[in-house]
Design a protein around this ligand. Structure first.
Ligand SMILES: Cc1cc2nc3c(=O)[nH]c(=O)nc-3n(C[C@H](O)[C@H](O)[C@H](O)COP(=O)(O)OP(=O)(O)OC[C@H]3O[C@@H](n4cnc5c(N)ncnc54)[C@H](O)[C@@H]3O)c2cc1C
Length: 271
C-alpha cells in the first residue's frame, strides 16, 4: 500500500519545529529516520496531514561525554551508536544492545530519539534507558524538561512526551570501572524484534533488571533484583512479570524465557 497524501517540511531550526507543532497540533507528526513512521503510513495506520522532517537539525546528531555523563542526541542513528568508541567504552550496555536493533539498512537511518519516542515495548533502547537510569531530554516552545526513563515510558507506545515537545536526546551516567552490565535477547532470527530481552546493570546502588517485550512498556524487575540468590530472584521474577502472549509464544513461554535470561545475566554479572 501507499501512504496517504501529506505535506512535508524540513525546518532548519528547533524554533521552527516548535512553531509548526504549535500551529498544526495533532495534524502534524515529527519524522526522524522514518523506519517506523513511514511503514505505519504505508499501512494506513496513521494519516498525519504534515510531516515535520527534523533530520536537518544536525545539532541533535552528536554523541558527547562530559563530567561523567554521556549525551546522545535524538538524531544519532543506530549505526552511529554501533560505531561509537565513546559508547562502547562508557555505555557498554547500549553498545551491546544496538547489535540487536533490526538490520544494517534500518540501522543506517533509524534514530535513537525515534526509538525512545515511539516506545515500542519490544524495542531495545527503552529497556536500556531504564536499566541505566537515563534521563530523557525534551524541549518545546515553553522550555525544556528532563524526565527519568522510569517515568517517561507510560504504556504501550505511550510516553510522557507532551503536546508541542520534541525529544532532543538522553543523558546516561557513564559506566564506572567497578560497574557491570549485560544485554541479552532471544529472537527468532538475529535482528528481528525480541521475543523477550533483558538489559541488566549492576552498580554500587544495586542491580537493575529491565525486561523488554515482557509487558506494555519496559519492566523493571525490582523484587528479583533485590534478592540474594538466583533461585530467590527467579521465584520473585515469576511473580512480578506478567508478559502478554504474542502470535508465536504464550505468556508462560515468555515468562520461562525471561527466567532463562535472568539466570544468564545473574551469572554474567557475578563473575
Ligand atoms: C523491518 C524493521 C525491523 C525493525 N527492528 C527493530 C528492532 O529489532 N528493534 C528496535 O528497537 N527497532 C526496530 N525497528 C524500528 C527502528 O529501530 C526505528 O528506527 C525506530 O523505532 C524509530 O526511529 P526512527 O528514527 O526511524 O523514527 P520515525 O519512524 O521517524 O518516528 C517514529 C515515531 O517517533 C516520533 N519521533 C521521532 N523522533 C522524534 C523526536 N526526536 N521527538 C519526538 N518524536 C519523535 C515520530 O513522530 C513517530 O511517531 C525496526 C524497523 C523495521 C522497519
Amino acid at each position: 500500500m501507499k501512504a496517504p497524501a501529506f505535506a512535508y517540511v524540513k525546518p532548519k531550526s528547533l524554533e521552527e519545529v516548535f512553531e509548526l507543532l504549535e500551529r498544526h497540533g495533532e495534524a502534524a507528526k515529527i519524522l526522524a529516520g522514518g523506519q517506523s513512521l513511514i511503514p505505519s503510513l504505508n499501512m494506513r495506520l496513521s494519516a498525519p496531514e504534515l510531516l515535520i522532517d527534523i533530520t536537518g537539525l544536525k545539532q541533535l546528531a552528536n554523541i558527547s561525554l562530559e563530567a561523567g555523563v554521556l549525551s546522545i542526541g535524538a538524531l544519532v542513528t543506530h549505526a552511529q551508536i554501533e560505531g561509537s568508541e565513546v559508547v562502547r567504552k562508557h555505555a557498554p550496555l547500549l553498545a551491546e544492545a544496538v547489535g540487536h536493533v533490526a538490520h544494517p539498512a534500518i540501522r543506517n537511518r533509524g534514530t535513537f530519539g525515534g526509538s525512545l519516542a515511539l516506545a515500542d515495548p519490544a524495542a531495545e533502547y527503552p529497556a536500556v534507558a531504564l536499566a541505566l537510569n537515563a534521563t530523557i531530554f525534551l524541549k518545546s516552545e515553553k522550555g525544556e524538561r528532563r524526565v527519568a526513563a522510569g517515568e517517561f515510558f507510560k504504556g504501550l507506545f505511550e510516553t510522557d512526551l507532551r503536546k508541542g515537545e520534541v525529544l532532543v536526546g538522553a543523558e546516561i551516567p557513564a559506566q564506572l570501572k567497578d560497574e557491570r552490565s549485560v544485554f541479552l535477547e532471544l529472537a527468532r532470527r538475529h535482528g528481528d524484534y525480541a521475543i523477550v530481552g533483558l538489559a541488566a546493570f549492576k552498580g554500587a546502588a544495586g542491580t537493575r533488571f529491565a525486561f523488554l517485550n515482557a509487558g506494555a512498556k519496559p519492566v523493571l524487575a525490582r523484587n528479583a533484583a533485590a534478592k540474594e540468590s538466583l533461585a530467590e530472584a527467579k521465584e520473585a521474577l515469576s511473580k512480578e512479570l506478567d508478559p502478554p502472549a504474542d502470535l508465536y509464544n504464550s505468556a508462560d513461554t515468555k515468562k520461562h524465557l525471561a527466567g532463562v535470561l535472568l539466570a544468564r545475566a545473574w551469572n554474567r554479572l557475578s563473575t
